[in-house]
Design a protein around this ligand. Structure first.
Ligand code: ADP
Ligand code: MN
Ligand code: MN
Ligand code: MN
Length: 490
């Protein structure tokens, strides 16, 4: 790629920051030796917009002295205990997991009668017939098991909340249902959710998933409530979003693996070979030695949890990947996306790797940004649809452009530039199979008489799926369907 003119990073991120960028970013020439420390770490290593958005993730960055060349041997293997599908687990561990995943998926509102063939709520059945290990025997009757409940919630940081979690141990005779899980509390003054003396906030469980990374582990997605336990906290977006179980969402989460302040696989100074071979690539020079192991383990953790993880691909930039999560209903789909993000962040801790969700972490360069395309369909779109309805829908999306951009993730103007398979953020467009449009209309949609799903390509990788899904439903709700139009005319 073309070297940047002197002063570029100063203009991009401000003088103070430019001088403190990591060598990989600050150095304009691949051959140029790094000026200053080889790679600054922590908060100082990132542009200010990234810093503001990810305060907690940065606190764990390695000191500059800990920098190791990325081409070296893979880091030590982490301790994932039970990524169910990948490891030959004793039946006693995976069978309860699979059963619990199915149960959790059911209690979260999943149905088996749907037209979309690719959704599997539970991981594959374990056929291992070896004797049950002593690790986690299935307990019958009145025997109680101590479950590790990880209560997970979104904090009050803006513009992007952080995931938080803490564990409590509770005894149950079998994998707990949502109804069995008690309210819990936390210190909101440490999460931007309370001030001063009265700092207690309440955690209200809203979805439960088996935790394949822990024996007898339970992942508990929570909403944050006021001390009365019933009033949603101001930071609790989920409580007030629009939902509709007939509305299906498929989110494509793109992200970068970051190590030592730069994308995984980037040299300490300068850039790797330009974009081209990395997207869906294979081989060490394209994806390195550790990324695939992580994304596979993440996939298994999601499947063990009963999350509708639908696929993985290496993305256009080096160190950039994508996974897809599908769900019926905005809350279900968004809960699963947040939980999948949580599992990814927890998994990569032991690799010394952070997830960089910022939509344009490498700034105005020839390196792609990260999106979270939102594929959506309502029951009406899937079963009735039609050209007239579709065109009215697109008009409504155009009319509400600013409402959508407002919740599609911060700094989206840096990503939606018209380059790198994006449309300019301030101009709405749609097109058949057009990856340079705001909304891409799949070929199948046209072939099927304007029925099916659409892809809004504008939401970015840091966007809140609760808010994104809700805004899409709000815009859809403003468009009359054939039925409502007839009723209005009568
Ligand atoms: P691409 O990279 O070509 O844009 P992906 O295969 O990564 O597409 O993602 C497509 C997404 O569309 C998946 O997350 C999938 O779940 C979702 N999807 C498929 N059918 C529907 C539908 N009827 N309604 C909503 N989302 C859908
Ligand atoms: Mn995709
Ligand atoms: Mn993609
Ligand atoms: Mn897409």
């Amino acid at each position: 790629m073309a070297p940047k003119r002197p002063g570029f990073w100063k203009r991009m991120f401000g003088a103070r920051t430019a001088s403190r960028l990591p060598a990989a970013v600050a150095s304009s020439q691949p051959s140029e030796p790094p000026t200053g420390p080889a790679a600054l770490s922590g908060v100082d290593a990132l542009p200010p917009h990234v810093r503001a958005a990810t305060p907690t993730a940065l606190a764990t960055s390695q000191p500059a002295t800990a920098v190791t060349p990325l081409a070296g041997p893979a880091p030590a293997i982490p301790r994932i205990v039970a990524a169910a599908a990948a490891l030959p687990m004793p039946a006693g561990v995976t069978a309860p997991l699979a059963a619990a995943a199915a149960k959790a998926a059911m209690s979260a509102g999943a149905t088996t009668a749907d037209a979309k063939p690719s959704i599997a709520a539970a991981p594959a059945k374990n056929t291992d017939t070896r004797p049950t290990s002593t690790l986690s025997p299935p307990l019958k009757g009145t025997a109680m098991t101590k479950y590790k409940l990880e209560y997970i919630w979104l904090d009050g940081y803006t513009p992007v909340p952080n995931l938080r979690g803490k564990t409590q141990i509770k005894e149950f005779s079998e994998f707990p249902t949502l109804e069995q899980l008690p309210l819990w509390g936390f210190d909101g003054s440490s999460t931007m959710q309370a001030e001063g003396r009265s700092s207690d906030c309440v955690l209200k469980p809203v979805a439960v998933y088996p935790d394949g990374g822990r024996s007898n582990g339970v992942l508990v997605m929570c909403e944050v409530m006021m001390p009365d336990g019933v009033t949603p906290h101001a930071t609790n977006r989920r409580a007030s979003i629009l939902d509709d179980s007939g509305a299906w969402f498929g989110f494509e989460q793109e992200y970068f693996f970051y190590k030592d302040g730069r994308p995984l696989g980037f040299p300490t100074a300068g850039y790797p070979a330009p974009q081209g071979p990395y997207y869906t690539g294979v081989g060490y020079s394209n994806v390195g030695s550790v990324a695939r192991e992580i994304v596979e383990k993440h996939l298994d953790l999601c499947l063990a949890a009963g999350i509708n993880h639908e696929g993985i691909n290496a993305e256009v930039a080096k160190g950039q990947w994508e996974f897809q999560i599908f769900g019926k209903g905005s809350k279900k789909a968004a809960d699963e996306m947040w939980m999948a993000r949580y599992l990814m962040q927890r998994l990569t801790e032991s690799y010394g790797i952070d997830i960089e969700y910022h939509c344009k972490p490498l700034g105005d360069t020839d390196w792609n940004g990260s999106g979270m395309h939102a594929n959506f369909s309502t029951e009406y779109m899937r079963t009735i649809g039609g050209k007239t309805y579709f065109e009215a829908l697109m008009k409504e999306f155009e009319k509400n452009l600013h409402d959508h951009i407002a919740v599609y993730g911060p700094d989206n103007d840096k990503r939606l530039t018209g380059k790198h398979e994006t449309a300019p953020w301030n101009k709405f467009s749609y097109g058949v199979a057009d990856r340079g449009a705001s909304i891409r209309v799949p070929h199948s949609f046209i072939k099927n008489d304007y029925k099916g799903y659409l892809e809004d390509r504008r939401p970015n990788s840091q966007g809140d799926p609760y808010a994104i899904a809700s805004q899409i439903l709000k815009t859809i709700a403003a468009v009359p369907t054939a039925a409502t139009a007839t009723a209005a005319a009568a």
